[in-house]
Design a protein around this ligand. Structure first.
Ligand code: HEC
Length: 259
């Protein structure tokens, strides 16, 4: 009886796992590049985050806001770690509305470290109107918000193909993308070779740009990742030592009473 039951369970498990294999083929499993921040001891690569900021600013920020990030965060430990001077200069390239002044007028001033990243739109409506009705979502926590995380965002950026397969009909302002839901997305391809000129001299291939900007978005979605992993590691070492101590203490306590 038990043997039969276990064979049945085995078959069931097999069927379920095979159906996952086939289902995921339909959904186009994202590409999985090596991320420096993967694994229990993973860390962000500073240079990669700095390049990622450049790609976000020069390519994505004309459509996507990042409301949860301040220019000051660019300086903080565990992030791109720009110098304060660099971050101040970067902030000053954007303008924010301030005021009212003595005459009751609002005015524009350059952004400072404590300002949030400046949004390209006054409000969601303006964003929609400029993008044929589709709102470019805020990217601050996008990597956490989508299943597939960094792999998905990276793949999506590289998933545009010129040849649209038969049977896929695209409305105006909708593009074919292998990794998008239903293979359709209202964002055009934005990553092209040499789309930016990296200040650190790295060759701006499509793969490079997609990886850098995705790493930057992974950081913005979890700015304390490095701290979390550091603490996790310490806790595990502590628990291992504690286990040894308890084991020997226990042995010692029971040594005299055991016989
Ligand atoms: C021309 C405007 C434009 C630019 C530039 C742009 N996007 Fe988008 N993006 C959009 C729009 C519009 C959508 C919403 C698409 C939809 O809902 O179909 C979107 C959606 C997204 C999504 C969400 C996809 C999903 O699963 O819902 C991600 C991630 C994204 N963009 C990343 C980026 C990154 C990274 C860059 C810069 C490298 C960028 N975008 C540049 C317009 C833009």
């Amino acid at each position: 009886m038990i043997k039969r039951l276990s064979i049945f369970l085995l078959l069931l498990a097999h069927t379920v796992s095979m159906s996952f294999v086939f289902a995921s083929e339909e959904m186009h499993v994202p590409m999985q590049p090596d991320w420096s921040f993967q694994g229990p001891l993973g860390k962000f690569d500073r240079a990669e985050l700095q390049r990622g900021y450049q790609v976000y600013t020069e390519v994505c920020s004309s459509c996507h806001s990042m409301d949860l990030v301040s220019y000051r965060n660019l300086v903080q430990e565990g992030g791109p770690e720009f110098s304060e001077k660099q971050a101040k200069a970067m902030a000053a390239m954007f303008e924010v509305e301030a005021g009212p002044d003595a005459d009751g007028e609002m005015f524009m001033r350059p952004a400072i470290l404590s300002d949030k990243f400046v949004s390209p739109w006054k409000n969601e409506q303006e964003g929609r109107i400029s993008n044929g009705g589709a709102y470019p979502p805020d990217l601050s926590v996008m990597v956490k918000a989508r299943s597939g995380g960094a792999d998905y965002v990276y793949s999506l950026l590289l998933g545009y193909e010129d040849e649209v397969p038969e049977g896929i009909i695209l409305d105006d302002g909708v593009y074919y993308n292998v990794y998008a839901k239903n293979q359709r997305i209202a964002m055009p391809q934005v990553i092209y070779e040499d789309g930016v000129e990296y200040t650190d001299g790295t060759a701006a291939t499509e793969v490079q740009m997609a990886k850098d900007v995705t790493a930057f978005l992974a950081w913005s979605a979890e700015p304390k990742l490095e701290e979390r992993k550091r603490i996790g590691f310490k806790v595990i070492v502590y628990l291992i030592i504690l286990s040894f101590l308890l084991y020997f203490t226990n042995k010692r306590i029971w040594r005299d009473t055991s016989h």
